[in-house]
Write a new protein. Sequence first.
Length: 336
Amino acid sequence: MYEDIINEIKSNLGENPDLNKQYLSSQIEKYADHPYNKEIIKEISRMMWDCLSEDEKNEFIEISDKENPIIDILNDISYDIEGGEYDTALEKLDNFMESFPGMFEDDKVSEYHFFTNPLEEILFNTYIGAEKTLRYIPDNQPLLDLYYIYGFLLLEAKQYEEAEIYLKKAIKINPVSSRVILELCEIYKVHTYTYNKYYMHATDALKYAYYPQDIARCYRTLGYYYVEEDQLETAFALFRYSMNFELSPMAYSEINYIKSKNPQVDLTLEESIDILKNKNIQIGLNPFILTTLDKLIEEYEENKLFSQELYFLNIKFDILKDEETYEKIKNIQDLL
């Protein structure tokens, strides 16, 4: 039904943009009470956009950039968060969210996502996939950051149920964002009857992580799980292996705690890796991510898109620290 209506509207469009705009406006009124009115009006709005001249589009974009309440509030609270004034930042966001109407929400036809880069979109398509028509949230509407930061602040304030709501909103926008998934884990660490959700989300985060600090945090998160399960040797192995990606004081602290509980536990890196393999825990970067990075790097190199190639080479080098990638980075920097 929906597709038939949209196809009929499109078939009645002509070459004259002004007449098309008038016709599309009439169709918005016509389908105002239709069961699919929200979806139909969204699609008509996209057609209206296509009817605008380049000057009209640029003017609209300029106005949108100047009047952007999401960016304004995020900029405002960034100073509070950097200064550790979480209560102040939360109060400001609470007031903002009271009147925030919501944007880019899924409907019966479309689902809305935002991906930081093409790698994340490939991860999404490979492991999850869209059930409806995939629409992209524009870069200048950082809903993902809004929901993530709000969820983080609510978590810090121990408002666990509200924090879970907004972190889930963020995950819905980007289901492969390790940083958001790991933040949700923090709720299930302190506000749950079992650790099943905690473990499952930590495993998902590890599958999608591609920054060393995120990979390290995934292993630490899994380490806390095994501490709670009183499997101290596995926990030690996870904290020990996490330091391969980030030398975190938290990992040292947990290792010392485990040693205080059981002085006999002391593993080398190789022994730690063997334990993780026996537990079927992913070792290091998801191999699919590395393969995808190589494909993206090759594609951008072939098309002489050196800035994009450099971006993904830096991601690869941060993880592998290999000489070959380092040399490629230096060669491209010389070209830019």
